[in-house]
Design a protein around this ligand. Structure first.
Ligand code: ZN
Ligand code: ZN
Length: 136
């Protein structure tokens, strides 16, 4: 069992401040999230383990939001990557999900429209299937 002082400072390291005197890392404590000010109850041990495993700082709400914004960042970047390759995305409501099935794109260079798996567009050097047919 870690010493009291270590637990309290370890918690501060992950942006959590105990609002009640520390008793035992397996007991529930009221704590405050130093990132958003949210107050909630949790056991120090669970929070410290979650940090070790997932690098979650702050309260559950903060971790959740960070996860969400990370996901949507990745999706936006993915869409941007497709655009950087000079493709217009014609699929309505495509949200940047990399594991979805086919999406419809238009290659700006030739104006051809075709369906393709988004990952193929990025990870393989596909060129327009209609143009490559013509070349053969
Ligand atoms: Zn928070
Ligand atoms: Zn083409």
């Amino acid at each position: 069992m870690p010493k009291v002082s270590t637990v309290v400072t370890d918690l501060l390291d992950i942006e959590l401040k105990l609002l009640v005197p520390f008793t035992n890392s397996k007991n529930h404590h009221l704590m405050e999230c130093l990132i958003c000010g949210n107050q909630f109850t949790a056991t120090p041990i669970a929070k410290l383990q979650a940090f070790k495993k997932y690098h979650n700082k702050g309260c559950p709400k903060c971790s959740e939001e960070r996860k969400k914004s990370k996901e949507s960042d990745a999706k936006l970047q993915f869409i941007q990557k497709i655009r950087d390759r000079n493709y217009d995305i014609l699929t309505e409501n495509y949200d940047g999900n990399q594991v979805c099935d086919l999406i419809t794109v238009r290659r700006q260079e030739c104006g051809h429209v075709f369906d393709i798996k988004p990952t193929n567009l990025i990870h393989r050097n596909v060129i327009c299937p209609l143009c490559s047919k013509k070349e053969k």
